[in-house]
Design a binder for this molecule. Structure first.
Ligand code: PMP
Length: 567
């Protein structure tokens, strides 16, 4: 036979399985940009700054001039009202902005960047709070608001619980002080309790959720000897270089596959590869499988999606568990956010899944910073008896800090009190019922808003096309509802909220929706669709990128309006 043919056939036989493997991997990715983090980063670098000036900003959707004028008036009125009521808070917050990079960042990303300048000029919000009283927080001017930010999930049982945990921790650790390296005796009780709650054999303590997840993945790679980790599209696992793939991390992440969650193709891929060390699950994604975090900074249309189906997610986790067991893949359940919120035994108990490693954080520190890894013994050991130089290193100066251990102990004891355990009875029904009732009222008043919830974690969805949903956060603030910087996409309630408190919150929420509607932000004609809104934004970006200023054709109903491109 011709040697060229032989070489060709051999190369083909060598390439085909590789190609097939690559195709299978591609098919297991979600087709959106959250499923393609590298492409997302490349595209993010092409996006130019586009700034809507005041003459255009209120009619980007083609609304008639009188509607745009009404919006403008309302915008300035809210700005004035927020400014007038909080002069000290705003002054203190503004001086922070030039010195604390985090403040400058979050202030820039509260709304879509096209509206950033306008909002920066008029609609400042304070970043400083001075006091709490139960579910409410006060700014420096003494304005009290219900806190729906939930301290990023830390505040599960009500802020007074954490104040007590910290106070008692200080008392209990005072005699030792901040000695590190050796442990405060309280650590033993924490370990016992955590082993029971998690059903795992060993525990390690860290200083943040990010670190706990880093360590869990490192251990999985060490014990399996395999390089690859899997995360699911859209899932957040902290901001470490190794695990935060996509926009926000300037470097592409190596050895991390971002796959589609709740997908046969993913199960199929896991079942056929031998290089996967672990699969990371953030169960919060059950609300928005494969979706990006629900921030208001990208709300230029009403296309935010969320739908929580407990049974479907439980079934997904069961099947994922099966394939991981079969293939020796370490299943890591990242409960940093949700741990203890859904059930006393955490996400494992709630969904009925037994992970190999579980990470906790946030609320478990009793109000102080923490990250915890609980795992099966086979995955937790950091050295090998027969290979003394082959170790899996993890330290951290402040790990097991005595004050943190004591606050955690207060929290864990609180968790075991019968009254606390009783708060889990009917928990899901209670929160679902609250959501159903509030949704019914929103519907009755014709507000294009719908709330979706996973127990006490709620998101606001918008049911009619609009380019202005990002304004809703300011209406909520005006009514005395404090949100975190990501706005209406994530509202986190604490479980001590009484029906009376919730009634108050509901009324304020409805009043905000009524005012937003009245002020014309949700105007839409029959032609307005989300697709149209997004296409317009894309056109503006392309024009700005090409260095062309916009013309009337791009914004037929906006009259004189023009976005500035500053690419
Ligand atoms: N994992 C999950 C699921 C989280 O929600 C977070 C924080 N939002 C982290 C990890 C990171 O935790 P930390 O902010 O404490 O580093």
């Amino acid at each position: 036979m011709d040697p060229i043919w032989v070489a060709g056939a051999a190369t083909g036989a060598w390439l085909a399985p590789k190609l097939w493997r690559r195709i299978k991997l591609s098919r297991a990715k979600h087709r959106s940009l959250t499923g393609h983090p590298r492409t997302a980063v490349l595209l993010s670098r092409l996006v130019p700054q586009v700034t809507y000036d005041e003459s255009f900003a209120f009619g980007v959707d083609g609304a008639p001039n009188e509607v745009a004028a009404k919006r403008r008036e309302a915008f300035l009125r809210i700005a004035q009202s927020l400014r007038a009521r909080a002069p000290k808070t705003l002054e203190a917050s503004q001086s922070l902005e030039s010195g604390v990079s985090d403040v400058a960042f979050v202030n820039a990303y509260r709304v879509p960047f096209q509206f950033r300048e306008l909002v920066r000029r008029h609609l400042q919000v304070g970043s400083i709070v001075a006091e709490t009283d139960g579910p409410r927080v006060a700014d420096l001017d003494g304005n009290w608001a219900y806190d729906l930010g939930g301290s990023y999930g830390v505040n599960l049982f009500g802020i007074e619980v954490y104040k007590k945990c910290i106070d008692r921790a200080v008392e209990r650790a005072r005699d030792l002080g901040p000695i590190l390296g050796a442990y405060h005796p309280v650590i033993a009780d924490n370990v016992d309790r955590l082993k029971k709650i998690s059903g795992k054999d060993e525990v390690s303590f860290h200083m943040s959720g990010t670190e706990a997840v880093m360590q869990a993945v490192r251990l999985a790679r060490y014990h399996t000897g395999r390089p690859k980790a899997v995360r699911f599209a859209g899932a957040y696992h902290g901001w470490s270089d190794n695990l935060q793939a996509g926009v926000g991390n300037p470097r592409p992440v190596r050895d991390l596959f971002t796959l589609q969650e709740m997908s046969e193709r993913t199960l199929n891929l896991l079942a056929t590869r031998n290089d996967i060390a672990c699969v990371l699950v953030n169960p919060l994604q059950a609300m928005t499988p494969n979706g990006p975090p629900s921030g208001d900074s990208t709300l230029l249309a009403s296309d935010r999606k969320a739908r929580y189906d407990k049974a479907a997610y439980a079934d997904w986790l069961r099947r994922l568990r099966e394939v991981c067991t079969k293939k020796g893949i370490v299943l890591i359940l990242d409960e940093v956010f949700l741990g203890f919120r859904l059930a006393r035994g955490g996400v494992q108990e709630y969904f009925g899944v037994d992970a190999d490693i579980v990470t906790y954080g946030k609320t478990l520190g009793g109000g102080l910073p923490v990250g915890v890894v609980c795992g099966k013994r086979a995955f937790m050991k950091r050295y090998k008896d027969d290979k003394p130089a082959d170790i899996c290193f993890a330290r951290g100066t402040f790990n097991s800090h005595p004050y943190v251990m004591a606050a955690m102990n207060e929290f864990l004891r609180f968790l075991d009190e019968p009254e606390t355990q009783a708060t889990y009875d009917g928990l899901e029904e209670r929160w679902n019922d609250r959501a159903v009732k509030l949704n019914a009222k929103l519907e009755a008043m014709g507000a294009p808003v719908h709330l979706e919830n996973m127990v006490s974690v709620w998101t606001t969805l918008y049911t009619k096309p609009s380019a202005y949903n990002w304004m809703f956060q300011y209406y909520l603030r005006e009514q005395g509802l404090a949100l975190s910087w990501i706005g209406t996409g994530r509202m986190i309630f604490s479980h001590d909220l009484t029906d009376a408190d919730f009634e108050q919150i509901g009324q304020r929420y409805l009043a905000a929706a009524a005012a937003m509607k009245e002020d014309g932000w949700w105007w839409a004609d029959a032609e307005l669709t989300n697709k149209l809104l997004k296409r317009r934004v894309l056109k503006e970006l392309i024009r700005a990128k090409l260095g062309r200023s916009s013309d009337r054709d791009a914004h037929p109903a906006a009259g004189e309006a023009a976005p500035h491109g500053t690419a």
